[in-house]
Design a binder for this molecule. Sequence first.
Ligand code: BGC
Length: 254
Amino acid sequence: MSSTTAIGIDIGGTGIKGAVVDLETGALLSDRVKLHTPKGGRPADIVETVKSLLQTVSKNEGASGLPVGICFPAVVKNGHTMSAANVSDKWIGLAAEKLFEKGLGHPIHFVNDADAAGYAEGQFGAAKGVPGVVLLSTLGTGIGTALLNDGILVPNTELGHLQIDGVDYETRAAFSAKERDDLSWEKWAGRLQKYYSTLEMLFSPDLFIVGGGVSKHHQHFLPLLNLQTPIIPAVHRNNAGILGAAALAVKNRD
Ligand code: BGC
């Protein structure tokens, strides 16, 4: 495989996914491997799961030794995880990048999961060449956000935790909340309406992009939203984190 290939691994509150990525096209060059996030989301357990996932992905022809990017559902600053919403509190303040490098025996690039997805959509997807302010949100176990201005990422925006009606709003509007409360598309869209209207009021974006696994069902809820700003699904849906982590691993190696 060429220097434009890398491995991306996306750690989520529910699953951990990885694949080999072609960084010229943003296509996956291998099957996507998916393992469950270990219960409790503790550091040692997650590192072990990522290790076994990386071993499986590295078995693809030419994949061994490729740059590895990992994205994670927390604020990431200088290789440290600074928050923990859907994983163990033990991640707070942890030198996570070093921990993974030690556990995997391989250098990695480490980044917030929504930022990785936003970067990928900017390079290969719905935000490519889009001028102005683009706000990507991922609707999954939590809500992740990535803010791009003229294609430049402002990291760690964490807008899933906006307080609306006195609550951390990802607990009401994430896809996990739809499942937990057994909401119809219409009922869930009511919560999303409140969320995106608030983002719109605060940021006056030029474009909203919606990612996460549920974005493949976008036709059930995006048309129900009434916003000034265009709102479209992510091109790479739930693979955007994998792509972005891989792309950032190569960018930061050069
Ligand atoms: C975390 C974010 C993450 C998002 C999506 C939130 O709970 O605070 O860092 O991007 O979930 O995984």
